[in-house]
Design a binder for this molecule. Sequence first.
Ligand code: CA
Length: 528
Amino acid sequence: MNKHVFKSWIFSGLALVFLAVGCEQKAEKSDTPPNIVFIMSDDHAYQAISAYGHGLNETPNIDRIAKEGVIFTRSTVTNSICAPSRAVMLTGKHSFKNGKVDNVQPFNWDQDNFPKLLQAHGYQTALIGKIHLDGLPQGFDYSMVLPGQGHYYNPDFLVNGERKRIPGYVTEITTESALDWLENKRDKDKPFCMLYHQKAPHRNWQPAPKYLTLYDDTTFEPPFNYFDDYDGRGTAAKEQEMEIDGHARWGHDFKMIVDPNGDSTGFYNELKRMDSTQRANWLAEYTPKNEAMKAQNLQGKELAVWKFNRYIKDYLRTIKSVDDGVGEMLDYLDKNSLAENTIVVYTSDQGFYLGEHGWFDKRFMYEESFRTPLLIRYPKEIKPGTTNKKLVQNLDYAPTFLDYAGIPIPEEMQGESFRQLVSGKTDHWRDAVYYTYYEYPSVHMVKRHYGVATERYKLIHFYYDIDEWEMYDLEKDPHEMNSVYDDPEYKEVQEMMHEKLKEQRAKYGDSDENNQKFLKAYLEVYNK
Ligand code: CA
């Protein structure tokens, strides 16, 4: 071997070593666990996200997540009410397994939740905004939460358990605090998971100072079934107390300082919370509108349409600030080269009625409150512009996050990871989902019920002080105006759906005995 050949061997060898090291480094880098930004708003109806195509408002920033990722068109919750839904998301277990079946029962933070598991595997975790679960949150390196429902103006926060009042508007404060944690409070060498959870657009829909007059020049048409007479459905739909025209309050909801009946119990407490500038701004914008309304002396349907407009405008105004915040978050991730390796999720703790059936609020297994928005961006695995129509649920979030992070999913979690489904690697998915609701008697008076839904049909059983079944064919009746439960033409469907219900209850471990146990516990507190 001459010197020259030997030298070139050495060089090729070195080159190979460098190449190998380079590959290894590259492989290591792509194995870095993804970050998670889990954005949730409270009571954000999919009808009020423009990516869902209802034409009600524009949410360009939330839409960006759909354009650059996936939008789920049939994502549902297992229990359509705030705190129980959050407990399901954290634990990956149905309400009757995690114990938080209603807003009355305490949440047991000692059980496993996905942030705890991420934390145990080297993630840094933070919870910023609204969680609406009592007790010091477990599983977070940093928490900054609103106590209970929290306030829109000058809210108190519990910062790692310590109470502080922060001047300003809640949605903007929550966004600024989330960005501050990302920039200044985390260890930038670790993967992170941040729960960035907005209070808006929860009742009573107080807009930010800069959006008090947004939509002033617009008149919104109520949905076609705003004046629903509930014919075709059972007692539960007829006896609820969720009507915009019948049950929303002049002061609290419609922001009349002195209402048309001369009652001044209205909006005073909310005004007291504001500082003098905030209050002066608010009164300057709302007083003339309120006076103009009173001068018109509206009655009947005209008054009901005015109420719908006051409701929907305030609701959409609060969403404008939420959307702004999503834009700031996406921009931050872009500017800091975090977009590629960060999973961004946008969802709500349930759906919401925007005048459908005449209602506001949620609770029912009917579509508007059963369905919830879900949009996810993760450039490494999700193709831009993906639409997914499968029956995913909030039950699936915890196992999905763990799957993305490469952490084993605990046996007791009842949801399923939809990671492979959303990347298109499989089309295999469940054909039915299970639902339970327990909070009755209570505000809004939606009766206790449980049910099963497939892509086309839905079977619901209302129980306790009634014993009624309803069934809907969503293909023929997407707005659920007529139960076909007793229709002879649907005899076979009815049998099939009863069978599905039985399967679902067996699969998840639910029963009438469970319902009786939770009813007894609820009534003990309720009757006190
Ligand atoms: Ca909620």
